[in-house]
Ligand binder design. Structure first.
Ligand SMILES: Cc1cc2nc3c(=O)[nH]c(=O)nc-3n(C[C@H](O)[C@H](O)[C@H](O)COP(=O)(O)OP(=O)(O)OC[C@H]3O[C@@H](n4cnc5c(N)ncnc54)[C@H](O)[C@@H]3O)c2cc1C
Length: 584
């Protein structure tokens, strides 16, 4: 029998990709009750084991060191380095699931596809999804809804304004936009993975596979089909179709293409056939990874010119830095024939800011969004869509939704007080270009003492190296930092921002072994001790062991005249740095 269940929460997030998961975790940690409705069994969207796309962001795989996204995403990546040095995508799924499961205020509705909404008077009242595993309709009533489904599924269900395809050049004056608006989009992709065996592994393609006789039938240079670890992003189709309604047919075309490309490599390719002799398919993706479908039209629409000028917005709540990475809609069906590169890249200012207005609906008061369905033009989205950027947008949206719930207002009402949202994000280890964290009075009046090095940068409000300035206190295992307060002060907790190697790579795929971290960064403190001076006596040390976080929070819960923090051990480095240390 078909069941029904209703959930009443502060925040409902649709879609558990990197944007939606970050939004849900951020909202729950900021005190909101949250339901995350996700139509797959595993979290992570394109980054999950179902699609295996690696997460890129503003640092472009360390080309711009120290720009890696921190906050929720950094915590997930560090947990992955700790528990998954083998870089298994299934274990990564588990890391994401574990993070969600630990949040008491977060109800995870997996295998549940949002397909109905109730909306009136510029408000979404509820969203209903069909949960396949339980044969149950799940209705979520919430104060705020965050659409992170990639496909902006709530737009047609609620009447919120959205776009698809490419804007015409005159619309936003974007030089890279086509002259006239059209329905072209970036296509979807199916990947595959092959592994090497110790004996020949022949491949017989199915009868429905496409035929690629010559290397020239495939896009790009012949070298581009010479690595068989994780398929090819340019096996891309659907850019000339409806990237929602036609997905099943496009999936069939993509599978025929994957089989055809593998058949080319194994049976036809003069350059690679011999070397590929012992290689066999180990995994074939069945759920197409999407790049482009619907985008909301929010209070602000982020454009090419803005991301190329650095996006200097007073209401900045997230940032990007990936190139404008635009793919011709014809994709694999025509790039080789037409002599087109399967992607072109144009520069942006690194980093560029993303404003709050790009995450808030303009016509539905309690609707927000994040990730690739955020309010961007097609050209700006081709940069902002990468998952590091999607995740920081998600954290911003989730934090805002929780703040709005706590104040009993709508997200749109926070527009006049974005400063408080920015400070909440910085306190949760987000980075906002050009915005400094402001610490409570007690910290500003505290005296910092360290045996070696100048600790004043710990309170400069910038918690990572920027330009030539480290914004850090350099220290070694055994070094202690003391904070002496002007008068005995009730201290709830001590927060430390530590060095997690933002100049290193943390990808799931292992492209640059010299730069890639295969385990937790050596500079990260593994063990810390905190002592509290109260009534003239140092209390029993609070020890934190096996730390795998950059944002380290130590509960104190006492009046303190002074606090001493000692970095006892790192994960291997003889020297490290702290970027912030403050009390609340
Ligand atoms: C082949 C390919 C290569 C790429 N390469 C990179 C790369 O190297 N690095 C990078 O960072 N980015 C890359 N991208 C871009 C990136 O993967 C996407 O832009 C990104 O996934 C956006 O994140 P998201 O969280 O917004 O959406 P998604 O990852 O798409 O997550 C949205 C989730 O919502 C769920 N959902 C959809 N509809 C519903 C519904 N009705 N109810 C409930 N849940 C729903 C979906 O199942 C999905 O899991 C690539 C994309 C493709 C296709």
């Amino acid at each position: 029998m078909v069941g029904t269940r209703t959930h009443d929460v502060d925040v409902c997030v649709i879609g558990g990709g990197m944007a939606g998961l970050s939004a849900a975790l951020a909202a729950a940690r900021r005190g909101a009750t949250v339901a995350l409705m996700h139509d797959r069994p595993v979290l992570g969207g394109n980054a999950s084991s179902e699609c295996r796309v690696h997460i890129c962001g503003a640092d472009r795989n360390t080309r711009f060191p120290n720009l890696r996204e921190t906050g929720v995403l950094e915590e997930l990546r560090l947990a992955n380095l700790r528990h998954n040095p083998q870089r298994s995508f299934s274990v990564w799924d588990l890391v994401l699931y574990d993070a969600a499961r630990r949040e008491e205020r977060l109800a995870l509705l997996l295998n549940c596809s949002a397909c109905r909404a109730e909306a009136d008077d510029r408000r979404v009242r509820s969203v209903t999804g069909w949960q396949t595993t339980t044969q149950t309709w799940r209705t979520v009533r919430a104060r705020t809804f965050i659409d992170a489904s990639g496909d902006a599924v709530l737009a047609p269900l609620t009447g919120a304004a959205f776009r698809s395809g490419r804007e015409g050049r005159a619309e936003y004056g974007e030089p890279l936009a086509p002259e006239r608006a059209d329905r072209g989009s970036m296509g979807m992709t199916l990947a595959f993975a092959a592994v090497e065996d110790d004996r020949p592994r022949p491949f017989t393609p199915p009868p429905w596979a496409r035929r690629y006789e010559r290397c020239e039938d495939l896009p790009g240079d012949w070298r581009e089909h010479g690595w068989w670890g994780l398929g090819y992003w340019w096996i891309e189709l659907g850019g000339l179709d409806d990237s929602i309604a036609d997905t099943e047919r496009v999936r069939d075309d993509l599978l025929a293409s994957v089989m055809g490309v593998w058949d080319h490599i194994k049976n036809r390719c003069d350059r690679h056939r011999e070397a590929a002799g012992n290689w066999a398919l180990a995994w074939v993706q069945f759920l197409p990874a999407k790049r482009d479908s619907r985008r909301y039209v929010g209070r602000h629409v982020l454009t090419q010119q803005e991301i190329q000028a650095g996006g200097d917005f007073p209401d900045v709540v997230a940032y990007g830095g990936w190139t404008i990475d635009e793919h011709p809609p014809v994709g694999l069906a025509g790039c080789a024939r037409l002599g087109l590169a399967p992607a072109y890249h144009a520069e942006v200012e690194v980093p560029y800011g993303i404003p709050y207005g790009a995450l808030v609906a303009r016509d539905v008061d309690n609707l927000m969004f994040a990730g690739r369905c955020a309010s961007c033009t097609h050209v700006a989205m081709s940069s902002a869509r990468v998952m590091g950027t999607a995740a920081v947008m998600g954290q911003a949206a989730g934090t805002a939704a929780a703040m709005a719930a706590a104040r009993g207002v709508d997200p749109a009402d926070l527009t006049d007080d974005v400063g408080a949202l920015q400070q909440a994000l910085l306190a949760d280890d987000a980075y906002l270009p050009g915005v400094r964290q402001v610490f409570g009075e007690v910290n500003r009046r505290a005296r910092l003492k360290a045996a070696a090095g100048d600790p004043s940068a710990l309170l400069d409000g910038i918690n990572r190296p920027v330009g030539d300035d480290d914004h850090a206190w350099p220290c070694r295992p055994g070094d202690a930092l003391q904070m002496h307060f002007a008068r005995p002060t009730p201290v709830r907790r001590l927060t430390v921002v530590a060095d997690s190697g933002l100049d290193r790579q943390v990808q799931m795929s292992f492209w640059h072994p010299s730069r890639q971290l295969a385990a937790l960064p050596e500079t990260l403190p593994a063990e810390l001790t905190v002592e509290v001076l109260s009534d003239g006596r140092w209390g029993r040390p609070i020890r934190l062991r096996d730390n795998c976080r950059r944002l380290v929070r130590v509960p104190i819960g006492r009046r303190a005249e002074a606090i001493q923090l000692t970095i006892e051990k790192t994960w291997g480095a003889a020297e490290t740095r702290l970027f912030a240390a403050y009390v609340e």
